[in-house]
Design a protein around this ligand. Structure first.
Ligand code: G3P
Ligand code: CA
Length: 402
C-alpha cells in the first residue's frame, strides 16, 4: 500500500525532532519538555461512551463515572427517537445495549431496515418515542465486561447529558467538554429524521456555538459536518476516519464495505476510501470544514505479525490463536505531523484495557500503548477506561518534566 500514512518517519526521528524543539524552546535548561500537541496543551482524555469499560455505555452513570475519574470530555453518540429527540446510543439499533429484546410489549417493533446499504434486523430507536425508550434498561455491550449493572440505568437524552456536563463543570471548577457524534446521519435523513438541526439547536441553547466552547462535534460523514457548518455552527468539528481492519502481514490498513468510506460518499458515488482523508490533499480538504481529525489508532501506529517461514502469522503469545494480540506495533506514521502541518488536531480512537486489544509488544499493559501514542504528539484520545488513560498521561507528563 502506498498512501502517505505508510510513508513513515521512525520514532527515533520523532524523538530527535522533539529534543531539538525542546532545546530551542528551553535553551537546554531544566524546563519541562513541551507537549508535541498542536496547541502545546496536554492531550485531551475523552471518556468514550462515558467510562464504558466499567458501566453500561451511554448512560448518565457512565458519563458521571468518567467525570469523577477526571476525564476532560464525555462522548455521546447521538441517534434520534420517533418524536425527534436526540438520545445517546452507539447505533440506531437497540438490542446490543438495552434489554429491549426482553420486553414483550415491543416484540412487534423488531424490523428490517436498509442501513448504510446493509439489511439490518433489530429494534430501531427511530421507531420508539422517548417515553417508550425510557422504559428500557441499558446493558453493557461486550460480554467480557461486568454485567452487574445491566438493566439499572436509562437511555439519556442529549439535553440531560449537556445538563450533567454543565452541573459537574460547576461542581468541579473545571470545564468538562461534551463530544457528540452524529451517528449514521444519512440513514436518519432516509428515515425523515435530521440529527444535525436538533444538535445545533442544543449547542446554541447551551451557549456553545464557538471555537472556545467546551464542545466538539464529530462524524464519519463529511456531509454531516459540512451541513452543520453551513447552518452556522462554529463549534469545533472533527472528521472521524475509519478503516475495516489491519492486514497483519503487512501492517497496512484494509478497506472493506461498510468501513471502506463514509456512507454519504458511497451514496454519492464517490469512490475514494477513508485513506484518501489522510493524504496532504485530504487533510487540506478536511481543514475547509473541520478543526481536527479522529482517526482509528492504527493510522498512527499500526500492528504487524512476526511471520513463520510459510508466511503465516506466528502465535507469539502462545494462546492457540493468531490475532491482534500477536501483532507488534510498527513505527509511528507521519499522520500526526501531517495533520498538524495542515492546522488540524488529532484525537485517536479507541483505547481499551483488555489484553486482546493490545499489541503483543505492550505485554498486556495498556499504559505502554498510551505512552507510545502520547509521544507521537496526538492532541487527544478516546478511552473506555479514562482512569487508565489519565494515569498514563500523568506518567507521560512526569517524563516531560512537569
Ligand atoms: O467517535 C470516536 C469513536 O467512538 C468512533 O468509533 O464506533 O465507537 O463511534 P465508534
Ligand atoms: Ca463515537
Amino acid at each position: 500500500m502506498s498512501h502517505a500514512v505508510f510513508n513513515v518517519p521512525s520514532r527515533l526521528v520523532l524523538s530527535v525532532l522533539a529534543a531539538a524543539a525542546l532545546l530551542a524552546a528551553c535553551g537546554g535548561g531544566d524546563d519541562p519538555q513541551p507537549y508535541l500537541t498542536l496547541d502545546g496543551a496536554k492531550p485531551l482524555v475523552v471518556g468514550h461512551r462515558g467510562a464504558s469499560g466499567y458501566l453500561p455505555e451511554h448512560t448518565i452513570e457512565s458519563y458521571t463515572l468518567a467525570i469523577e475519574q477526571g476525564a476532560d470530555a464525555i462522548e455521546p453518540d447521538l441517534v434520534m427517537t420517533k418524536d425527534g429527540v436526540l438520545v445517546a446510543r452507539h447505533e440506531p439499533m437497540l438490542s446490543g445495549t438495552t434489554n429491549v429484546a426482553d420486553k414483550p410489549e415491543f416484540a412487534s417493533r423488531k424490523s428490517t431496515k436498509m442501513m448504510d446499504g446493509i439489511a439490518t434486523t433489530d429494534w430501531f430507536v427511530g421507531d420508539f418515542t422517548l417515553a417508550e425508550l425510557k422504559t428500557l434498561g441499558a446493558k453493557i455491550a461486550p460480554a467480557s465486561r461486568p454485567q452487574a449493572n445491566d438493566g439499572k440505568f436509562k437511555v439519556p437524552t442529549f439535553d440531560e447529558i449537556v445538563a450533567l456536563a454543565k452541573a459537574k463543570s460547576q461542581e468541579k471548577g473545571r470545564n468538562i467538554a461534551v463530544y457528540p457524534e452524529t451517528k449514521h446521519p444519512t440513514f436518519h435523513v432516509e428515515q425523515g429524521l435530521r440529527l444535525e438541526d436538533k444538535l445545533i439547536a442544543t449547542l446554541v441553547a447551551a451557549g456553545w456555538n464557538s471555537k472556545t466552547a467546551p464542545a466538539f462535534v464529530q462524524s464519519f460523514e463529511p456531509g454531516s459536518l459540512k451541513y452543520m457548518r453551513g447552518k452556522g455552527l462554529n463549534t469545533r468539528m472533527v472528521q472521524l476516519i475509519d478503516a475495516d481492519w489491519v492486514d497483519f502481514k503487512t501492517g497496512n490498513l484494509t478497506f472493506a464495505a461498510p468501513w471502506d468510506r463514509p456512507y454519504d460518499w458511497t451514496k454519492a458515488g464517490d469512490k475514494r476510501l477513508y485513506s484518501a482523508m489522510v493524504t496532504p490533499a485530504g487533510l487540506a480538504e478536511i481543514k475547509t470544514y473541520a478543526d481536527g481529525i479522529g482517526p482509528w489508532k492504527p493510522y498512527i501506529a499500526s500492528l504487524k505479525w512476526t511471520l513463520n517461514a510459510d508466511g503465516s502469522g506466528k502465535d507469539v503469545n502462545g494462546d492457540g490463536k493468531v490475532d491482534w494480540a500477536d501483532a507488534s506495533s510498527t513505527p509511528a506514521t507521519s499522520l500526526v505531523a501531517d495533520a498538524h502541518k495542515a492546522g488540524l488536531f488529532v484525537h485517536a480512537y479507541t483505547f481499551r484495557n483488555e489484553k486482546g486489544g493490545l499489541a503483543f509488544d505492550f505485554g498486556g499493559d495498556p499504559a505502554k500503548e498510551y505512552q507510545l501514542f502520547y509521544s507521537t504528539g496526538i492532541d487527544g484520545l478516546f478511552s473506555d477506561f479514562p482512569d487508565t488513560a489519565l494515569a498514563a498521561r500523568a506518567a507521560y507528563a512526569k517524563q516531560l518534566g512537569y
